[in-house]
Ligand binder design. Structure first.
Ligand SMILES: *Cc1c(COP(=O)(O)O)cnc(C)c1O
Length: 235
């Protein structure tokens, strides 16, 4: 564990440096980029170590894992939900999670609206875009975004803050470019309760390039915590 803690500190410092450089190269300040620590499979002690280093946002993928770990995290650090979300589990997140980044269909938005309405609060969300058009991935096809934004703008307990994506893994940057262009286009549309401020894009392998293509929130797991070791049931 001692070793792991030191490794996380080193990784954190290195990633911060890379983020700062990429931000400056793209004409922004390092403070404009949010560094999220993705905590799936990571024990709470290591997550708390990342918080001690300076992490101010956590990302969780699975509702059950979130519920079992959240009380062990140092308090005061917000958590976003970034995984595939079944509508029947939405109720466990509302009131606890800062933002749901992975809204990938109308019916999910409807259920979030219903649960947030019940608690009389406004839930921040991002819309997840399937920028590569991959069958294997969830996410909204880019051409369906305007219609969905219009529908969501009629839901008083939702606030759209931007877009999220997991681009196909390739060396070239065309999907990052496509996503940047889409984000800028969606910014031009004006709907009530829609403010396109966040572009959540970039993970351990592509966060530098993502920042260079306009991302202002990067979701980093393995580069910070080391390679994940999954329990056998998920292997
Ligand atoms: C796991 C995960 C990440 C982080 O992936 P790494 O490659 O480990 O940085 C980011 N976003 C989502 C949605 C994830 O599921």
């Amino acid at each position: 564990m001692e070793n792991n803690l030191r490794q996380v500190q080193e990784n954190y410092a290195k990633i911060q440096e890379n983020i700062a450089q990429a931000a400056l190269l793209s004409g922004r300040t390092p403070e404009e980029i949010t560094f999220m620590a993705v905590t799936k499979t990571v024990p709470p002690e290591l997550v708390n170590c990342a918080i001690d280093c300076g992490i101010r946002l956590l990302g969780e993928n699975r509702v059950q894992e979130y519920q079992s770990k959240k009380d062990a995290y140092r308090s005061g650090v917000p958590v976003d939900f970034i995984g595939t979300l079944q509508t029947n589990k939405v109720k466990y997140l509302i009131g606890n999670i800062r933002m749901i980044q992975s809204v990938n269909k109308f019916s999910l938005a409807q259920e979030i609206e219903r649960c947030a309405g019940k608690q009389n609060l406004i839930q921040k969300i991002l819309l997840e875009v399937n920028i590569g058009g991959e069958d294997s991935k969830s996410g909204i096809p880019p051409e369906q975004l305007p219609t969905l934004l219009e529908q969501i703008s009629e839901m008083p307990h939702l606030q759209v803050c931007g877009l999220m994506t997991i681009p196909p893994p390739t060396q070239d940057t065309r999907f990052l470019e496509a996503m940047q262009e889409l984000f800028l286009r969606m910014k031009e549309l004006h709907f009530p309760n829609v403010e396109m401020n966040i572009l959540s894009m970039g993970m351990s392998d592509d966060y530098v390039q993502a920042i260079q293509h306009g991302a202002n929130l990067v979701r980093i797991g393995s580069a910070l915590f080391g390679a994940r070791t999954y329990p056998l049931s998920h292997a």
